[in-house]
Design a protein around this ligand. Structure first.
Ligand SMILES: [Zn+2]
Length: 230
């Protein structure tokens, strides 16, 4: 028997005996679990329990695709990924009564943009934020990870008051870091948003894990009223 064959058999026997070979595990599996262990993540599945949001229709005005369905699918898949990293994830309806004074380590409201021929994502936090520097870090993580995973460009010119003065921002506890994300356009980004929701969800999950990691690494707190300057 050659030496290589001997080691191969020894490895198989070790596996059968249930011995955990150090090289048989994904290198970062343990870190991922610890990374978000017990961290409280809140997701709003945009328009859920309220309306359909933006829609795509055919020439006969039949609805072909609703924003609410896209948001729900991505929220569900992102929640699964975050739970796999150890996070304690809750998905909320658009006007969920549990949002009142909600305390969480991060809240992200997941929406998608209208059915027009445009492409790109955008995110915003509350105009009257008590913790703008912290919430800016959510946006930074989205620019880093969501953009990389989805390949979408930012589309910042269409950030509206509906985003910066989003109703949930006024309801949650002011110390809960929160942002709203428009995943992309139902029109121009339809293939990605419907056929590759797994990828979109990973972009969302990676962005939130980035923020939680960051938060642990550098727990800077901005007192209300303190300058938000650089
Ligand atoms: Zn929406």
């Amino acid at each position: 028997m050659s030496l290589a064959a001997f080691f191969a058999i020894a490895l198989i026997v070790a596996r059968i005996l249930g011995m955990d070979m150090p090289w048989s595990q994904a290198p970062n599996a343990q870190n991922l679990v610890l990374q978000a262990f017990n961290r409280q993540v809140a997701l709003i599945s945009g328009h859920a329990g309220y309306d359909s949001g933006a829609v795509c229709t055919d020439a006969g005005d039949n609805v072909l695709l609703t924003e609410a369905d896209v948001n729900a699918q991505v929220s569900r898949q992102a929640a699964e990924l975050l739970r796999a990293a150890g996070a304690d994830v809750e998905i909320f309806d658009e006007y969920d009564p549990r949002l009142e004074n909600l305390q969480a380590e991060v809240l992200l409201s997941i929406h998608a943009d209208s059915c027009i021929d445009a492409s790109g994502y955008k995110a915003a936090y509350y105009t009257y934020s008590a913790i703008p520097q912290i919430e800016q870090r959510i946006l930074d993580c989205i620019d880093l990870h969501y953009a990389a995973v989805t390949g979408l460009p930012p589309h910042p010119d269409t950030v509206t008051h509906n985003m910066t003065e989003y109703h949930a921002f006024r309801r949650i506890a002011p110390e809960t870091p929160a942002a709203i994300l428009e995943l992309g356009f139902l029109g121009g980004d339809q293939a990605l948003l419907t056929a590759q929701t797994e990828r979109v969800a990973r972009g969302v999950a990676d962005s939130l894990l980035c923020f939680l990691r960051d938060k642990t690494a550098a727990p800077t707190v901005t007192a209300p009223g303190e300058s938000a300057g650089q």
